[in-house]
Unconditional design. Structure first.
Length: 281
């Protein structure tokens, strides 16, 4: 996850949200604000994102993703629609997305690349992953995901700016929600950090969030790619997710906040790539 999260691990667990976390909001609004605060740099008042209930936060996570992703998606749409180069529009939009999210997933992907492939033992991998500095693997883990998303979005925007923006928004919704399932299926790999502070996510909570994400992706994707192509992409997501999970289980015997963020970004790239190839057909 991002460096601020690593330096100040949350102290709360999956207990019910207390009045300090949600002082004036109802359960849904409070969970929504908590998700926005944790996953973005958008203003949410005085809510402290270092104290959170992951099980509650993931339920409305699809709506969090919509709020966080709507502006970059609209920028991609508008810049492409007014005649600017789709590649230029994609670079601006993806860069804006990184600013709004604090490059959270990008930083997590870079840390996971350094740790998973740079250390020899589990302890070394976790120690490297915890270090905010990036090595060669980490730098590649920033450049390559940026490049892949930019070219996928530019390819789709050249065909239909509306479809590209809608598919991107759906992709971010699906990827962020499905990635949380890692925390429900694998135990924390270390005793400190964001993932350990959150504890192992209850499967019902993750399932609710994923169901909402699937419904939103259906509404945003099927009008442009059709039901069959949307279903094929879900199958792609399943295999990519299982591959990420198997890699974590093999290399570190669990998951961390960084590997969850890396899974999110990997899934987003897989979804965009799948739709890009099918849209071009």
């Amino acid at each position: 996850m991002d460096n601020s999260a690593k330096s100040s691990p949350p102290s709360a667990t999956n207990d019910n949200l207390d009045e300090e976390n949600l002082p004036t909001h109802g359960p849904f609004a409070g969970a929504l604000l908590m998700g926005i605060s944790f996953y973005s740099r958008l203003p949410t008042g005085e809510l402290d994102h270092s104290k959170f209930d992951f099980a509650t936060m993931v339920r409305p996570l699809a709506f969090v993703s919509l709020i966080v992703g709507i502006v970059p998606a609209m920028v991609l749409l508008i810049l492409s629609a007014i005649g600017l180069s789709p590649l230029f529009a994609a670079v601006v939009a993806v860069g804006l997305s990184a600013i709004l999210t604090g490059a959270m997933a990008e930083d997590a992907f870079a840390d996971a690349m350094d740790g998973l492939f740079g250390g020899k033992t589990i302890a070394q991998k976790l120690e490297i992953m915890h270090d905010s500095r990036h090595g060669t693997y980490g730098v590649l883990g920033i450049v390559i995901p940026f490049t892949l998303r930019i070219f996928a979005l530019a390819t789709m925007a050249a065909i239909s700016p509306v479809a590209a923006a809608s598919i991107w928004l759906a992709s971010s919704v699906l990827a962020r929600s499905i990635a949380t399932l890692i925390a429900a299926q694998l135990p924390p790999a270390r005793a400190d950090g964001v993932s350990a502070g959150a504890g192992q996510l209850p499967l019902p909570a993750a399932s609710i969030g994923i169901a909402l994400a699937l419904a939103i992706s259906f509404l945003f994707c099927v009008p442009f790619v059709g039901f069959f192509r949307w279903l094929i992409t879900l199958i792609v997501i399943f295999f990519v997710f299982e591959g990420c999970k198997a890699l974590m289980a093999r290399l570190i015997k669990g998951q961390t906040g960084d590997t969850i963020g890396a899974t999110q970004l990997t899934l987003e790239i897989a979804i965009l790539s799948s739709f890009m190839m099918m849209t071009a057909i």
